[in-house]
Design a protein around this ligand. Structure first.
Ligand code: FA5
Length: 338
């Protein structure tokens, strides 16, 4: 073997070893060190280059080409090692910066609207669909709105029937938790001129003992229509339409003659239970001329009808409950079903 061949084979061995180290290098420092060892100033490569000077031109060209090929291979191997390390560093950074969002994929236990709220929303939808607007009134009322303007003077026996809860304000029995939503009729007629088509849902209060069909705090929805030429037929038709929209075809309804001081004639409105019995849902009738006059509306020109239904009882019927108290027991196992 000539000296040049010896030198080239030594270079090839050193290059192979360096390539192995580059492929396994786990840091940029290791890459640089391996590179310097074969390509650096005091390396086998440098020695090889030096020795090329002593060769005749032909052999120098071949040997030079061989040396250059080794250098290129090593440079390429070093480049690959650097790219591999850069990629690994980037992957490690992504991993460390990654946000774990898997928890969001677990089912979230969501709350839901209470049955009475659902029934109230549904009622509003049904009446808005029939052309009514929704209004509200205060839960604490004066005797004027809760009774007097509704044609229930102080001496009237109907006052006693409401089992009113009074608030300790002003004159005795002057301020109270409203015992029905009918005061909103008065507030509406004071504030608007006919034609009027409104419903007023809201909470109402009575000193009633809770039983299967009564709660001391419950909700009603009041309806009031004032227009020209309104008759009892319009009232019956509206109730009929509402029952169909709210319950579907199965539930039957009936009107029964009754008495309220603020309507004349008056009726009570029942719906059929699955067992064939009737549940009283509310009162209704033609707005009493005195009530129209109390609000500055001329009863000769305008007529109206009004109704007041119990929303909790509607919910009981719609969701097939057998006791109205289920609505306020706050048992989540019950509430979650709806
Ligand atoms: C009234 O409250 C009248 N304001 C209804 C009315 C309005 C008549 C407009 C004419 C014109 P009544 O006291 O009957 O009427 O109550 C109406 C409905 O409220 C009852 O039919 C029932 O569905 C509901 N309700 C009354 N008391 C309770 C209670 N303690 N718990 C649950 N619902 C009740």
């Amino acid at each position: 073997m000539t000296q040049t061949e010896e030198m080239l084979s030594e270079l090839a061995l050193a290059a192979a070893a360096a390539e192995g180290r580059l492929a396994a290098a786990d840091s940029l420092e290791a890459v640089t060190a391996a590179e310097r060892e074969v390509l650096g100033r005091r390396s086998v490569m440098a020695e090889a280059k030096k020795s090329l000077g002593g060769l005749d031109p032909d052999r120098r060209r071949d040997a030079g080409r061989a040396v250059n090929q080794v250098r290129e291979r090593l440079e390429a191997a070093a480049g690959r090692a650097r790219a591999r390390l850069a990629e690994a560093a980037r992957a490690a950074r992504y991993e460390s910066e990654r946000l774990d969002l898997t928890e969001r994929l677990n089912p979230i236990r969501r709350g839901r609207l209470h049955l009475v709220t659902q029934a109230r929303d549904r009622l509003e939808d049904v009446f808005v669909g029939m052309g009514f607007t929704v209004v509200e009134g205060p839960e604490v009322e004066t005797a004027w709105y809760n009774f007097e303007a509704l044609n229930i003077p102080e001496w009237h026996p109907a006052r006693g029937e409401f089992d009113t809860i009074f608030v300790n304000l002003g004159q005795p029995e002057e301020v109270m938790l409203r015992s029905h939503t009918s005061p909103v009729q008065i507030r509406t007629m004071e504030a608007r001129r006919p034609p009027i088509y409104v419903v007023a849902p809201g909470r109402t209060f009575r000193a009633d003992t809770a039983d299967a069909t009564h709660l001391p705090a419950f909700s009603q929805i009041e309806g009031l229509v004032v227009d020209r030429g309104i008759t009892m037929g319009d009232l019956a038709g509206t109730i009929d339409e509402f029952v169909k929209a709210f319950f579907g075809g199965e539930v039957k309804s009936r009107l029964r003659p009754s008495y309220f001081p603020f309507t004349e004639p008056s009726a009570e409105f029942d719906i059929s239970r699955p067992d064939g019995s009737w549940l009283e849902l509310g009162g209704c009738g033609m707005v009493h001329p005195q009530v129209l006059s109390n609000c500055g509306i001329d009863p000769e020109e305008w007529q109206g009808f009004a109704f007041g239904f119990g929303i909790d009882r509607l919910a009981v019927m719609r969701y097939g409950l057998d006791d109205i108290r289920e609505l306020v027991n706050n048992d989540v196992r019950f509430l979650r079903q709806f």
